[in-house]
Structures are given as C-alpha cells and as structure tokens.
Write a protein of this length. Structure first.
Ligand SMILES: CC(C)(COP(=O)(O)OP(=O)(O)OC[C@H]1O[C@@H](n2cnc3c(N)ncnc32)[C@H](O)[C@@H]1OP(=O)(O)O)[C@@H](O)C(=O)NCCC(=O)NCCS
Length: 155
C-alpha cells in the first residue's frame, strides 16, 4: 500500500468528490436523481463552496495520486457573545472512504485532521449524525450522546 496523504481539498477536486458523495449516499439508500445530473449539480456546489471563504472545508485522503476518502466540515457561526466562549460550532458530514480502502485507518486520519483544525481554530461543539456502524470510530475521538441537545425533524 502506498503512503496515504491527508490534505485540504480545493475546488479542482470537486468532480472526484462529487463521485465519492454519490457512492456514499446511494449505497445507504436508492438514489432519487439520475447519477449524471447529480454529479454535475454536486460538483458545481462543491467547487463553489471550496472557493468561498467561511464556507465548507474538506480534507481528502490521497494514495498514489488517487483521492480515496473525504470529510467535510461546516463552520457554524454563533451570534457574538460577551462571555469567554468560542463563537463557532462545527458540523461534520460525509466522512467516507472508498470501500476497497476501508477499515485500514484512513477514516481515522481524515477525522483527526478535521478535528485538529477544529481545535486550532477553537471551535466549541462539533456535531454529526453517525451511521450505526461508524459510532465506534466517533466514540474513539470523544463524540458522545448528549442529553442537552434537541433536534426536530419535519413531519
Ligand atoms: C466510516 C469510514 C469513513 C471509516 O473509515 P475507515 O478507514 O474504514 O475507518 P478506520 O479504519 O480508520 O476505523 C475503523 C472504524 O471505522 C468504522 N467502520 C469500519 N468499516 C465501516 C463501514 N463499512 N461503514 C461504516 N463504518 C465503518 C468503525 O467504527 C471502525 O471501528 P471498529 O472496527 O472498532 O468498530 C468508512 O468505513 C466508510 O466510508 N464507511 C461507509 C460510509 C460511512 O458510514 N460513513 C460515516 C458517515 S457518518
């Protein structure tokens, strides 16, 4: 196995990242949109967000020049407050490693890079919705079920 490098994603990665996003979500449930239409829409969205200051950030895992995994982070601005408290939360999404590369530590490296950024930038809470199988990974990085968080779903 070649060395795996973790780096920040740039807009030029968008086409590859859109494909990973499609793989990830369409294996969890059937796609409701034709693949080509989704890839075009998603790649444009990703290229835009990765170029926009203050918007989504993404880290990719690269092996032999091939992107094999990704993780996305949205900085959530808080309203300014006068007490000694960080003014930013983080929302992590779409942690994904290509199936043939899973369970070899790549996802942990991606999550570690993302959380190191959150620490360096003094984020307050970092939240995410895990898949059932990935809960053990997040638990190892300090994520826990909280009793002081409310969520409302439509319907
Ligand atoms: C979750 C995922 C990114 C982890 O990356 P990885 O390189 O496989 O993980 P690592 O080798 O660093 O760590 C292993 C941990 O990953 C998780 N994991 C392993 N295979 C997994 C799979 N097929 N699906 C979900 N999570 C998995 C488990 O928590 C595992 O820990 P455990 O074996 O002690 O239970 C990767 O497995 C994946 O892309 N899974 C499918 C997509 C997914 O469920 N993403 C999470 C979104 S919240």
């Amino acid at each position: 196995m070649d060395e795996v490098v973790i780096r920040a994603a740039v807009s030029a990665d968008a086409t590859v990242l859109a494909r990973l996003r499609y793989q990830f979500r369409s294996t969890l449930e059937p796609a409701a949109e034709p693949e080509a239409a989704f890839l075009g829409r998603c790649a444009a969205w990703m290229a835009d967000r990765l170029a926009r200051p203050g918007s989504w950030l993404c880290w990719v895992a690269v092996e032999a020049d091939v992107v094999i995994g990704m993780v996305w982070l949205l900085p959530l601005e808080k309203i300014p407050n006068p007490v000694a408290e960080s003014e930013r939360h983080g929302y992590i999404s779409s942690l994904y490693v290509r199936p043939e590369c899973q369970a070899g530590g790549v996802g942990s490296h991606l999550l570690d890079a993302c959380l190191r950024h959150c620490r360096a930038e003094q984020y307050d809470a970092v939240i995410l919705w895990p898949t059932p199988r990935s809960r053990s990974l997040y638990a190892r990085f300090g994520f826990e079920v909280r009793e002081d968080l409310l969520e409302r779903r439509p319907g």
